[in-house]
Structure formats: structure tokens, C-alpha cells
Design a protein around this ligand. Structure first.
Ligand code: HEC
Length: 266
């Protein structure tokens, strides 16, 4: 007498004719790609890494914005806004927004892949401020070309050249100033979600999606207009701001754009 075949976990008697196809299904599932749990880990690590990179680039933007009056002061020579002073402010802003200490990344609860990338992004951010030292310390000149957007573009470009991680600013098509920042389809769709009143305004929430058959992750961090933005992006609509662009007539709290990241899954 042959003993009935039973399921290894529930002891339910199995029909041998069905066990083979089931085994085949399991083998095929294993061959077809990583197990879902591992995939989920990789995806959540990449998502958190991208989110932290976007927040760090924005902290640099905010630090520049907070020093805009000082940078633009035509009566003052040496501004004392050195790369180190800028870095201290950026590190403090990042700590406030994420809880992570950039001066002690190995102890911070961030994904392993994020650590060298965050360190390098801070270095590239300082380099941008370093390249503007001569011009920002000039007397008799108001607009020096260093504003949050140019900081973001230049830092993002250099960081991307080093890391291969795509990092840029974009804005809805109706607002975008620099044609190079024009949004693509994914960015347009993500910003439409962010403009919904139900989209959370705090907690640094992002919109993300895996692309290229799961090999990369794309992510957007929203930038909402605060009071400091309105001297250039606010009212009266059409009037030139200090940089020479016409103002958009934007209101505080509205979506001004986003930081867009694309990085390979580890
Ligand atoms: C001093 C004026 C000024 C201030 C203040 C300012 N911006 Fe801008 N912003 C600009 C200029 C000029 C550009 C285009 C830069 C370029 O040519 O790349 C720009 C570009 C941008 C972009 C990139 C997309 C695009 O239009 O090319 C975003 C997003 C943006 N600003 C959002 C903001 C937000 C949010 C704030 C406040 C936190 C802010 N800006 C503060 C002048 C300003």
C-alpha cells in the first residue's frame, strides 16, 4: 500500500498528478526574478535614498533662500557666507526635516546605499557655494546669480555627473521658467497628484514608481511656494523679478515644482 502524498505544511493529502505542476510553478516563480520580499526591501531602500537626496538638495535651496538678502546686499563686501557656514545651516535644516545627522552618517538610520550619496551631495552643494564666493563678496552689485534654483541646477548636474543619479528641479508646464527643467510625462503625472488638496503637505511625502522593468526607481519631492519664494514667483503677475523673469502671480502654499530623482535599484 502506498501512503498518500501529503502537503508538507498542512498535511492535506495531495494528488500526485497535481504536485508536479505545482512544483514547476514554484521553480518558475523562483527563476523569474527575485523573491517579492527582497524586491520590496530594495525598492524601499532606493525610495528612502531618493527621498533623502531630494530633501538634502532642497535644504541647500532653502539655506540659499534664507541668505538671499545678505547675498544680494550691494553695500556689504565680505558676506561671511562661506561654504562651511552654508553647510552648517544645511545640516541643521536636514536634521530638522529628517532627524538624520549628516555629520555622523554611519550612525544614522539611513539605507547603506544612501550614505556615500548624501555625503557627496553635501560636498557638491558646498562646491556650488564655493564657486560663487568672489561674486557674492563683491560690493555695488545686487543680483549675483546665486538663487535657490541656480544652486539646485548646478549642484544637481555635478552630483549626477559623479553618481549617475538623475537629480533635477522641474515645475508644472504652466510655471516652468528654464526650458531644461521642462517636465516629462512621469513628472507631469506626479505633480498633478501633488496638486490635489488631499496630498499631504508635511512629512516630506514623495510620489515614486519603479521603471525599466524594476531596474530603476523614479521619485518626486514636491516644492510648495512659501513666502520667501513670492518675491520672484508671486504678484503682480508679469512684473519682472530681480533675475529678470516675469513673475507667475503664484500664491503661498501652491505647488511651485518638484525635485525629481531617478536612481538604479541596488
Ligand atoms: C530670487 C528670485 C527667486 C526666488 C526667491 C525663488 N525663485 Fe524659483 N526660480 C527663479 C528663477 C530665476 C528660476 C529659473 C532659473 C533658471 O534659469 O534655471 C527659478 C526656477 C525655479 C524652479 C525650477 C523650475 C523652473 O521654473 O525652471 C522651481 C521648482 C522653483 N523656482 C521654485 C521656487 C520655490 C519653491 C521657491 C521658494 C522656496 C523659489 N523658487 C524661490 C527665481 C526665484
Amino acid at each position: 500500500m502506498t501512503r498518500p502524498l501529503r502537503c508538507l505544511s498542512c498535511r492535506f493529502p495531495l494528488d500526485p498528478r497535481r504536485v508536479v505542476p505545482l512544483g514547476l510553478v514554484i521553480v518558475l516563480a523562483l527563476l523569474s526574478g527575485p523573491v517579492p520580499a527582497a524586491l520590496a526591501d530594495r525598492e524601499s531602500d532606493a525610495r528612502e535614498t531618493g527621498r533623502l537626496l531630494a530633501v538634502l538638495l532642497d535644504c541647500g535651496r532653502v539655506a540659499i533662500g534664507q541668505n538671499q538678502d545678505l547675498i544680494n546686499d550691494p553695500d556689504k563686501g565680505d558676506k561671511g557666507f562661506t561654504p562651511e557656514v552654508f553647510a552648517q545651516q544645511t545640516i541643521a535644516l536636514f536634521k530638522e526635516r529628517t532627524g538624520h545627522d549628516l555629520t555622523n552618517l554611519s550612525a544614522a538610520q539611513v539605507p547603506a546605499m544612501a550614505q556615500p550619496l548624501l555625503a557627496r551631495l553635501l560636498e557638491e552643494s558646498k562646491k556650488t557655494v564655493a564657486t560663487y564666493q568672489t561674486v557674492i563678496n563683491m560690493k555695488g552689485m545686487k543680483y549675483k546669480g546665486l538663487i535657490p534654483a541656480t544652486f539646485g541646477t548646478e549642484t544637481g548636474n555635478r552630483f549626477q555627473a559623479w553618481s549617475g543619479v538623475y537629480l533635477k528641479q522641474t515645475a508644472p508646464e504652466s510655471l516652468v521658467r528654464n526650458p531644461r527643467n521642462k517636465p516629462d510625462a512621469f513628472e507631469i503625472a506626479s505633480m498633478e497628484k501633488m496638486e490635489q488638496p488631499t496630498f499631504p503637505r508635511d512629512g516630506e511625502q514623495v510620489v515614486s514608481e519603479t521603471v525599466e522593468e524594476g531596474k530603476s526607481l523614479r521619485l518626486l519631492l514636491p516644492l510648495f511656494y512659501g513666502k520667501a519664494c513670492l518675491s520672484c514667483h508671486g504678484s503682480p503677475k508679469g512684473e519682472r523679478d530681480i533675475t529678470g523673469y516675469p513673475k507667475e502671480g503664484a500664491q503661498e502654499g501652491r505647488l511651485g515644482g518638484a525635485i525629481s530623482v531617478k536612481l538604479p535599484l541596488p
